[in-house]
Design a protein around this ligand. Structure first.
Ligand code: SF4
Ligand code: SF4
Length: 435
């Protein structure tokens, strides 16, 4: 018995030594790129390593590599430094002074799409994205490459109506230095001249069965107001009193993705003040990413969340809420938003069956998550989707961001709410949005 335990002890020590060696060797390989010639600001390392309220953090990584298997950027590049494990090792090296904040290190941290697939793969319970968000915040001031995008986004989201006017003006220009300097918009992005109705409103059905609020999100507010209107119309048709509380701001996801943690926190606090206190059955949103953010990621940002937030399709397609009669027609193919599946842990299966939507043979991340931070990775991930969706009549999804990304490659898309709307018998008789 003693012999067996001695052997097991030896094996464990050998394994630990080889993992350590692998780690040290890997760190050397992972570190590429020129030094930025600037140091991290005081307190940066403490912020990076701060205790993680949700569980284990950066220092607890056992380097097992399970998280790599699902990472779309690792799959694309085949490079350890672009995997969740590699990124965590780089950050640990940075925290311990073994790595410097080089251009290469920043590139690896900002190439992540923040899809969250790694967060559900770790046997230790680490959410690598928490460290990646923190690292982006900590590295932000050294990151001149994304400075313009960051500045434009911060300005645009602080006054979205003005931001939209500026965006319309810039996209309307032909050849102009301003257009060259301005952060690029996705190809073919429509910038409507109107927005979803703003200000506090309550829309009441003839006979109410319940009361819900709508968190429209920036896309449905400013880029696809028709999606927000479809949602409100269908909620009313299903018998719900709909509250638009007014004062909603960006969920904070794009801000946080660019390292603007402080601004994202302010957004979270503001939205929590508005949506956290409403006396409603659910806060329904047509954007899976917004739901993921306000429900699952607000706790680490603002210490609370919109507990009853729910994805619009999941809410409306709950058995018995709406009578549907989908018609056979064009071939509908599903694009699963990463934040719906991995972030919210929701299964689209029941509503895909209900609406005759097929799953493609090969699924994956569309790359929208790195559109603002690493265009090359974003574009390469998108090309994989283009191949996977060949032959589809319309690609259906529940995330406006994924739609924007897919349409930029010429793919015809629809929000799932459009498909639901069409499947409601006598859809024209839905109660319309009241003023
Ligand atoms: S969030 Fe997605 S892209 Fe980023 S490390 Fe995790 S799996 Fe990879
Ligand atoms: S799965 Fe978890 S423990 Fe394993 S390498 Fe990834 S983060 Fe580290």
């Amino acid at each position: 018995m003693k012999k067996i335990s001695e052997d097991a002890g030896k094996r464990a020590r050998a394994l630990a030594a080889s993992v350590k060696e692998l780690g040290e060797g890997l760190l050397g390989k992972l570190l590429e790129g020129n030094s930025l010639g600037r140091d991290l600001e005081p307190g940066a390392i403490e912020r990076l390593l701060a205790a993680n309220p949700e569980g284990p953090g950066l220092e607890d990584c056992a380097r097992c590599g399970s998280c790599k298997a699902r990472c779309p950027v690792y799959e694309l590049t085949g490079n350890e430094a672009f995997s969740p494990r590699g990124r965590l090792m780089l950050l640990r090296g940075l925290a311990r002074g073994d790595a410097q904040p080089t251009e290469g290190l920043l590139g690896r941290i900002f190439s992540c799409t923040l899809c969250g697939r790694c967060d559900v793969s770790c046997p230790v319970g680490i959410r690598p994205t928490t460290s990646i968000y923190r690292a982006r915040d900590v590295l932000r001031k050294l990151d001149s490459r994304r400075l313009l995008t960051r500045t434009a986004l911060r300005a645009g989201l602080s006054r979205p109506a003005m931001g939209m006017s500026a965006a319309r003006f810039i996209t309307g220009l032909k050849h102009n230095i301003l257009k060259k300097l301005a952060p690029r918009f996705p190809e073919g992005l429509r910038l409507p001249a109107r927005q979803l109705k703003s200000g506090h409103q309550v829309i009441t059905p003839r006979k109410a069965v319940g009361r819900v609020a709508v968190f429209a999100g920036c896309s449905a507010n400013y880029l696809m107001p028709e999606t927000g209107e479809d949602l409100i119309g269908m909620l009313v048709a299903a018998g719900y009193e709909v509250v638009l509380p007014g004062g909603e701001v960006c969920c904070g996801m794009p801000l946080r993705g660019l390292g603007l943690e402080g601004e994202a926190r302010k957004s979270a606090v503001k939205n929590l003040e508005i949506f956290g206190k409403l006396n409603v059955e659910a806060v329904v949103s047509p954007c899976s990413t917004c739901v993921y953010m306000i429900k699952k990621r607000y706790p680490e940002l603002a210490g609370g969340c919109v507990e009853n937030a729910v994805d619009a399709a999941e809410f409306l397609l709950f058995p018995g809420r709406l009578k549907l009669e989908p018609e056979a027609g064009v071939r509908l193919v599903w694009h699963e938003p990463c934040h719906l599946k991995y972030g919210l842990g929701s299964s689209a299966e029941p509503f895909l069956r209900l609406l005759n939507i097929e799953r493609p043979e090969e699924e994956g991340c569309c790359g929208f998550g790195s559109f603002l931070t690493d265009k090359e990775i974003s574009r390469e991930l998108l090309s994989k989707r283009v191949k996977a969706y060949e032959g589809a009549g319309v690609v259906v999804t529940s995330c406006p961001g994924c739609r924007i990304q897919l349409e930029s490659a010429g793919i015809k898309t629809a929000h799932i709410l459009e498909i639901v709307e069409k499947a409601i018998p006598a859809a024209g008789s839905n109660e319309k949005m009241a003023g």
